[in-house]
Design a protein around this ligand. Structure first.
Ligand code: HEM
Length: 175
């Protein structure tokens, strides 16, 4: 957000006159641009960078022909999928929420799986997204984030199984 004042301005514009009050779940759900921003945050910096699956039968990957054995553990790299240029029309290294309103609206369903997929997908994903929206709205109703400068706000990530911001130093201005 601190590096994208344009995005903050658009969220604030979408909030319109809702500058003070708590919003209902229905109101939060109706904020289309905010929804794109949340999707873009989860794409650009997926908190879980990977998930795993156990192979239950001997199988072969159709495209590459790679042989899988029953009992193998497969790591599905959620982060790499979000940055794979084969699956995104707009440069995936760009933070650009509008992609979900246009060129990347119909992206491959498995190119963006921050909560996993299938019958072991995240049980808390709707709660998590609602919380993210509520927090983002409360912040955007009251403050604007600014770039704290290259030294403290260089971005980047540390990652093991979770993606942790490396250098985030922002200014906070009360509107
Ligand atoms: C931004 C927040 C969150 C992210 C990015 C996230 C991500 C994930 C991912 C990637 C998985 C593995 C899914 C798979 O392998 O297909 C998972 C599983 C799970 N998550 Fe979350 N999660 C979040 C929030 C939550 C919350 C708020 C809860 C509970 C209220 C929750 C509960 C669970 C549980 C119980 C599982 C295991 C499901 C199973 O194995 O059947 N998560 N989550």
């Amino acid at each position: 957000m601190s590096k994208n004042p344009r995005v903050q301005t658009k969220i604030k514009a979408e909030l319109g006159d809702n500058k003070q009050q708590y919003l209902s779940i229905e109101q939060l759900e109706s904020l289309e641009y905010l929804n794109c921003v949340i999707q873009e945050v989860l794409r650009f910096a997926p908190p879980s960078i990977a998930t795993t699956r156990s192979v239950t039968i001997d199988d072969r990957l159709p495209a590459s022909g790679i042989q899988l054995q029953k009992g193998d553990e497969i790591c599905i790299n959620i982060f790499n999928l979000t940055r794979d240029k084969r699956y995104w029309k707009i440069d995936p290294d760009l933070f650009y929420p509008e992609r979900f309103q246009g060129e990347d609206k119909d992206h491959h369903p498995y190119a963006l799986i921050p909560f996993g997929s299938g019958h072991r997908q995240c049980i808390g994903q709707n709660l998590a997204q609602l919380e993210l929206k509520a927090i983002a709205v409360r912040l955007m109703q009251h403050v604007t984030f600014g770039d704290g400068g290259l030294e403290v706000n260089a971005g980047r990530f540390n990652s093991k199984s979770m993606l942790i911001p490396k250098k985030i130093g922002v200014t906070v201005t009360f509107d």
